[in-house]
Design a protein around this ligand. Structure first.
Ligand SMILES: [Cu+2]
Length: 154
């Protein structure tokens, strides 16, 4: 590994900062005061050029977070049930049917309804909190025909 860089902060809420141009790889940061690193003052940074930028954000890029794919057909959703960890979820909605299908998240006001044309794929980030949720298609009759999926967030 290349020569290290060091920041120094006295006690009492001080801060120090620097910008390091990092090449792809795995780096270790730690406190070099004797005994501190061994006691747990150490962390790692993985620089991966293929990883999505932190925070995701709107725009043309793929949504960031735990990947969760829902496939719509005429007239069903796959999977029927799924468990995912809490936090940002990158929901991908694939429409393999011949009809336009929507994706609504029941009881979640922050969710923007998706309306997916045949053969298209849409994505949206969902900040999932622990609980049980149902995604469904709100085209009249579609939910009753099987276009819904239950999600458990832990
Ligand atoms: Cu539908």
């Amino acid at each position: 590994m290349a020569a290290g860089r060091k920041l120094s902060v006295p006690s009492g809420g001080a801060k120090d900062q620097a910008t390091f141009p990092l090449q792809p790889g795995t780096y270790t940061f730690y406190c070099d005061i004797p005994g501190h690193r061994q006691a747990g003052m150490e962390g790692h940074i993985v620089v991966d050029p293929s990883a999505p930028p932190p925070g995701g954000g709107a725009g043309a890029g793929a949504a960031a977070g735990t990947p969760f794919k829902i496939t719509a057909a005429d007239l069903s959703f796959t999977p029927k049930e799924q468990a995912i960890p809490a936090g940002p979820v990158a929901v991908t909605y694939v429409n393999t049917g011949a009809l336009t299908h929507t994706l609504v998240l029941e009881g979640e006001g922050s969710w923007n309804k998706l309306s997916d044309e045949p053969g298209k794929t849409l994505s949206e980030t969902w900040n999932a909190k622990p609980g049980t949720y149902t995604f469904f298609c709100d085209v009249p009759g579609h939910r009753q025909a099987g276009m819904e999926t239950k999600v458990t967030v832990k």
